[in-house]
Each structure stands twice: as structure tokens, then as C-alpha cells.
Design a binder for this molecule. Structure first.
Ligand SMILES: *[C@@H]1O[C@H](CO)[C@@H](O)[C@H](O)[C@H]1NC(C)=O
Ligand SMILES: *[C@@H]1O[C@H](CO)[C@@H](O)[C@H](O)[C@H]1NC(C)=O
Length: 196
């Protein structure tokens, strides 16, 4: 009886210890889950996303993904990869992401509003796709953004005035879309040569 009880205690302790050891990995994996959601939303005839295996502890060994030393995703490099399909709102969970490179594909649908949550983002390159809808005003929350290239898509509406408050912006290209209205001339736009 006493023997059985201590065995139970041992196994309980073991389970607790294992849970504590594995906890950091399960939380790190939420970035892998977000990227895997993107993979499922894309059509990938050239199999560039083949290494994106959601059962790995984190996405840091996947091709086209770069992480920092804490295993947080900092880059997604998928320019010129023959991808089609849609972007997903889950991308907004990659809070350490600095470079989102998806240019020269055939991605369609809208720019998810949640991309405005990427507070570390330096470069948002979605040019040369088939993206429609508006430029989300929420992108004005990207206070680290330097490069915003959305040219050669099917975007409509105005250039959101919220972008004027991004003081780090150096390069903006929204040319060859179906935008209307005027180009901002204040804030960072004062020094940015910009075509519409
Ligand atoms: C892109 O994918 C299509 C199939 O959807 C294929 O026919 C074409 O050869 C691919 N292009 C390149 C450059 O890999
Ligand atoms: C671009 O997207 C639209 C839907 O928004 C679709 O009807 C069209 O076929 C797409 N064009 C190409 C070249 O895939």
C-alpha cells in the first residue's frame, strides 16, 4: 500500500517535471503553428515549403525561415517562389519578425489587418503579386518599418494617412495598383520619392 502510494508520487513528480521541461517548447511552437497555417493556405507547386514540418520543436530549421538566438522567427524569405493562395491573419503572431519577403509570387486576397501587430517589422515586401483590397490603416502601427513595397498588385482605396506617423520609413513603393486619392507629403513622405 505504502509502496503503491510512493510509486504514484514518483510518477506524478515525473509528469510535473516533464511538463515543466516541455512547456517552453510548446510555447515556442506557436510561431511554427502560425507559419504552418500559412503553408496550408498557399499552393506550392515547386515544393519550397516541403521542410515546413509542424512536428519539429520550432520552425528554426525550416528552409526560408531565420530565427534569433532565442529561437524566435525574424525572417520569412519566400520571394520569387511561385506561390499562390492567400496570406493568413496568424502571421500577426510572429512578434519578432523583421523581414516578411513574399514578393514576386502570385498571392491573392487581402493584406491581413493583423500584420499591423508585427512591431519588430523592418521590411514588408509584397510587391509583384495579385493582392487586392485596401492597404490596412493598421500598418501605421509598424513603428520599426523601413521598407514598404506593395507595388504591382491590385490594391484599391487610399494610401492610409496612418503611414505618415512611421518615422523610420525610408522606402515606400505602391506604384502599379488601383489606388486613389493623394500621396501624403508630410512626415517620412517628405523625403520619399513615391509613385502611385
Ligand atoms: C510555377 O508553377 C507552375 C504550376 O503551377 C509551373 O507550371 C511553372 O513551371 C512554375 N514556374 C517556375 C518558374 O517554377
Ligand atoms: C488574381 O486574383 C483574382 C481574384 O482576386 C483572380 O480572379 C485572378 O485569376 C488572379 N490572377 C491570376 C493571374 O492568378
Amino acid at each position: 500500500m505504502a509502496m503503491g502510494l510512493s510509486l504514484e508520487l514518483v510518477s506524478l513528480t515525473l509528469i510535473l517535471t516533464l511538463t515543466l521541461i516541455l512547456l517552453p517548447f510548446t510555447s515556442a511552437n506557436s510561431e511554427g503553428d502560425a507559419l504552418y497555417t500559412l503553408r496550408r493556405s498557399l499552393s506550392d507547386p515547386d515544393n519550397v515549403l516541403q521542410s515546413w514540418d509542424p512536428t519539429l520543436v520550432n520552425p528554426c530549421t525550416w528552409f526560408h525561415i531565420t530565427c534569433d538566438q532565442d529561437n524566435r522567427v525574424t525572417r520569412v524569405d519566400l520571394g520569387n517562389s511561385n506561390l499562390s493562395g492567400h496570406l493568413v491573419s496568424e502571421l500577426g503572431k510572429l512578434e519578432h519578425l523583421q523581414y516578411l519577403e513574399l514578393y514576386k509570387n502570385n498571392i491573392q486576397g487581402k493584406i491581413p489587418v493583423e500584420l499591423g501587430n508585427l512591431k519588430s517589422l523592418i521590411s514588408l515586401d509584397l510587391y509583384n503579386n495579385n493582392i487586392s483590397g485596401i492597404i490596412p490603416p493598421a500598418l501605421g502601427k509598424l513603428k520599426s518599418l523601413v521598407f514598404l513595397r506593395l507595388n504591382d498588385n491590385h490594391l484599391t482605396g487610399q494610401i492610409p494617412r496612418e503611414l505618415v506617423s512611421i518615422s523610420s520609413l525610408k522606402v515606400v513603393d505602391v506604384s502599379n495598383n488601383n489606388l486613389c486619392g493623394t500621396i501624403p507629403t508630410t512626415g517620412p513622405f517628405e523625403h520619399i520619392p513615391l509613385n502611385k
